[in-house]
Ligand binder design. Sequence first.
Ligand code: TPP
Ligand code: MG
Length: 614
Amino acid sequence: MTNTTIRLTMAQALARFMTRQMTIIDGEKLPIFGGVFAIFGHGNVAGFGEALYQVRDELPTYRAHNEQGMAHAAIAFAKASFRRRFMAATSSIGPGATNMVTAAALAHVNRLPVLLLPGDVFANRAPDPVLQQVESFQDGTVSANDVFRPVSRYFDRITRPEQIIPALNRAMQVLTDPAECGPVTLALCQDVQAEAYDYPEDFFAERVWTPRRPMPDVNELEAAVAAIRASRKPVIIAGGGVLYSGAAEGLRAFAERHGVPVMETNAGKSSLPHDHPLNMGSVGVTGSSASNLLAEQADLVLAVGSRLQDFTTGSWALFKADGVKIVGLNTQLFDASKHRALPLIADAKAGLDLLDGKLGPWHASDAWQATAKAAKTDWLQAAKAVTDPTNELPSDAQVIGAVARARGSAATLVCASGGLPGELHKLWPAGAPGSYHMEYGYSTMGYEIAGGLGVKLAKPHDDVIVMLGDGSYMMMNSEIASSVMLGAKLTIVVLDNRGFGCINRLQMATGGANFNNLLKDTKHEVLPEIDFAAHAAAMGAWARKVFSVSELESALREAEKVERTTVLVIDTDPLISTEAGGHWWDVAVPEVSVRPQVNAARREYEDALKGQRL
Ligand SMILES: Cc1ncc(C[n+]2csc(CCOP(=O)(O)OP(=O)(O)O)c2C)c(N)n1
Ligand SMILES: [Mg+2]
């Protein structure tokens, strides 16, 4: 420790601190912050904006078009980096800040690190109310940024320049810890950004962050081993934690040695290559018939790095065997002990290695392994049948088949919402760990294109393919222009079924009338015919509309050679989704209704509820 100080504004200190935080990946020392996405306004341009300019060579600043989009891109960067690196996003006060709240919630749900730096009102309150200030009648400390509190793992408002020292210390702990990991919001009062302070030089010393791998408690490990040993029909559910921990290889070894079939959540897909014999594919509501058959009979579920959300557990109706036990291998207690699972608090890789050692030659019963093999063969046939092309208006599954054939498992696939996550979860042939990037924790329409940009920044040499529906495209597409501007090439496939296809199907399945989802079922004077290709071309993309699955395949091959972002648009059938596989999902149907279709759906619903185990 030295006593030397350096006089900087709070914003300059923040920017300088960020440039000094490093990590080591594959032996290479890299800045842990991949950069800052910024849209300036009066709450950040003069203070943090000017400070970012000073460090632009070490900490690149990227200009985006929408604060929600830029924060999505920053979060996608972290996910694509397996949480080993992350980014910051800074906005002006007021609307710029609240535009990032959805992204904060997304990062919170998905346990992904991002540093959000919204500008805030004057700490000295002298000019109040400033432009865009939300005035609380009863609480002088409230600003627009208080809405970040429930969706931040750590929230702080910087009202004095020296507060940034403990705040950044805490921020880095949260951003780098596997259990606490999530969004950090530091609301930067606009006057304080510009205020100078004598910061200790030590604060800016280079720091190298290495990922923490918590080891399990001895008793928890023994209990987990005993539970697994006592089982004959075990399964593994691989969640996103497998990928973040770098446990894919350990998982494969564990599964092979002990003959345990693996099923993947949407976040965990690509933990094993799709064609690994023990990979049963997707599990749950959007699960393969193979996974769901095994899950229904399993006597033990080892859930690794999974939040066990309703899509994974079929709203807790999927596991049907009497006395089925769940072991939750997770870095934090919250997820590890859901539904009275036996918690095994540990890093996925470390936990699997230790379990493996303790289990020795134990393996699942031969009959169980044979059941798994046969179930997978059946599923592969069903999956092929729905992805093969026909001459009719294509289904989402057939479009997925075309994308897979043309660009396949070498690409990184990005998606988030609509009918596609279910179809892709079942049908996409994922390759290497991380090659399947699905945001299905918050399933946010509008994430896909912005997220694709973040993935491309994290993995510039990857072939990044974004698939999304017309509805999601309409919700947010402006980062197409950013991707063109940055030379961050994406291949975007828009499936235009002229409406909110999956919600229309859900409406029908719950007895609802076709209402307000497909464009044709809305109140309108003119039925929109949106020219997505022209729209994307206007933002600088190479864009084409294609009229068949085979045309899509050839356009995808042509698009591969184009250097710019490319957008391919294809009309699809809104009524078809893959029926093979799948599982019931709890969506509450009205108990009384004047419509007989709703009453019928309610009766079915009450029957299905009997399968739910609480
Ligand atoms: C921001 C946001 N608003 C609403 C929803 C609810 N929602 C889920 S899917 C969907 C429709 C998506 O339409 P589209 O992107 O065209 O995909 P499709 O269902 O047609 O496959 C809606 C409204 C959501 N997930 N995210
Ligand atoms: Mg649609």
